[in-house]
Design a protein around this ligand. Structure first.
Ligand code: FE2
Length: 404
């Protein structure tokens, strides 16, 4: 699988450089993602190579970094702050597999970072996307109506240059396009390597699978249209409030994906029920639209989740009844149901295979952002059963918070 992936990566990189020379790819019959998706990139005006980094604005980056190292097994990667010449902020970069988390705290009470934290609490500011051409990404998206966050900017140091540009998405969240093909440094110019004697073992997290946005009443269409029209994404799945509701509350969700399937952004909107939707709870506490969860992939969910639990990560509770008719719902699976049940791991299926998922409780004090651990075994999208189970698990938490 690993060699197939690297072969695929090689082909895609080559392909992006070649532009229209698609003929060479005709032999590629059985890549992981399929020829159809690969070819659809031919018309893709915004080719994305993957997630580059996720930046959270937090109240205390030093202590947050310690949490993500200890509990999630991230490794010290890079640092920028007073010691590197910055005067307004400090950023710690953590890495595990291909995932880069950037934790940024302001040193200036009047700046935009402090204003962001005041309003939203700790949360995701930047979902950065790795591109071949950051100037082109900015030009193509702003031309289609995106609001600019950052004009194409060249940053240099002795390791080369990085070009970044950015646009706004929902709420105050942004996408930054990162072009790093001419850079050999640790993270970005201006950062120095962060040497730390404390790097607990990684827990097996590999890459960002998807990031979910919660948006306000009636705004789901606006933002799905944004991903379709401004960024060239396609909708791969849709859940209505009939699919995802209980006696009391409801939500709606659509999943938007880019051409090669590497970037998936589900969008949730509250729906009317007898009581307050969990999406509304998020919007109340985050004070607007924002990132609800970051899903990180593993090759061995039982091992990863066991390690995280041992290190203090709290996961949502899944009732035992969930497992009663599990095999009837999802068919044969490789894992031992008893072990999945012990950990509260959810299983669902789409037409290509199955997937295993588990969700943490919020990682901050406001009931806002949380993480998902996901292992895909063939399935490329999402199943309604897990969506509903997640929804019900959050509803139980809402009840204990008195916000239902
Ligand atoms: Fe998710």
């Amino acid at each position: 699988m690993a060699s197939l992936r690297s072969f695929y990566n090689y082909i895609v990189k080559d392909y992006l450089k070649m532009g229209t020379e698609i003929k060479k790819l005709k032999d590629l019959q059985n890549t992981e993602y399929g020829l159809e998706k690969l070819f659809s990139d031919a018309e893709d005006f915004l080719p994305l190579l993957g997630t580059d980094y996720v930046e959270l604005y937090v109240g205390n980056a030093k202590q947050s970094a310690h949490f993500y190292k200890t509990a999630f097994g991230f490794q010290s990667e890079a640092f920028a702050g007073l010691e590197t010449g910055l005067t307004d902020r400090v950023s710690y970069v953590l890495k595990q597999g291909k995932i880069r988390l950037v934790l940024t705290t302001p040193l200036d009470e009047n700046g935009p970072i402090n204003a962001h934290i005041n309003k939203h609490g700790d949360g995701v500011k930047v979902m950065a996307l790795w591109v071949e051409d950051a100037r082109n990404a900015w030009a193509e998206t702003t031309k289609r109506g995106a609001k600019s966050f950052m004009e194409p900017t060249v940053e240099k140091d002795e390791f080369g240059e990085v070009i970044r540009s950015g646009i706004y998405t929902y709420g105050e969240t942004v996408h930054v396009f990162v072009e790093r093909k001419n850079y050999k440094g640790t993270f970005l110019p201006g950062y120095k390597k962060w040497e730390s004697h404390y790097n607990p073992e990684p827990v097996g997290l590999k890459f960002v699978d998807h990031m979910v946005g919660n948006v306000g009443w009636g705004e789901m269409k606006t933002w799905c249209d944004f991903y379709a029209e401004v960024m060239g994404f396609a909708q791969i799945i849709s859940f209505t409030d009939d699919d995802i509701s209980t006696e009391f509350t409801a939500l709606m969700s659509k999943v938007m994906s880019n051409g090669n399937g590497r970037i998936k952004f589900p969008i949730n909107e509250p729906a009317k029920g007898k009581k307050k939707s969990q999406i509304e709870e998020y919007l109340d506490f985050y004070k607007g639209a924002g990132v609800q969860h970051i899903a990180v992939a593993t090759d061995d969910i039982v091992k990863t989740v066991s390690a995280m639990r041992d290190r203090g990560v709290e996961f949502l509770y899944v009732p035992e009844e969930y497992y009663d008719d599990l095999l009837e719902r999802v068919g044969a699976i490789d894992e031992d149901v008893e072990i999945l049940k012990q950990h509260g791991i959810l299983i669902d299926r789409d037409d290509e295979g199955y997937l295993l998922q588990l969700f943490t409780k919020p990682v901050v004090d406001r009931p806002t952002i949380f993480f998902e651990v996901i292992q895909r075994k063939g399935a490329q999208s999402f199943g309604v059963g897990n969506f509903k189970a997640l929804f019900e698990a959050i509803e139980r938490e809402q009840k204990s918070r008195g916000t239902l």
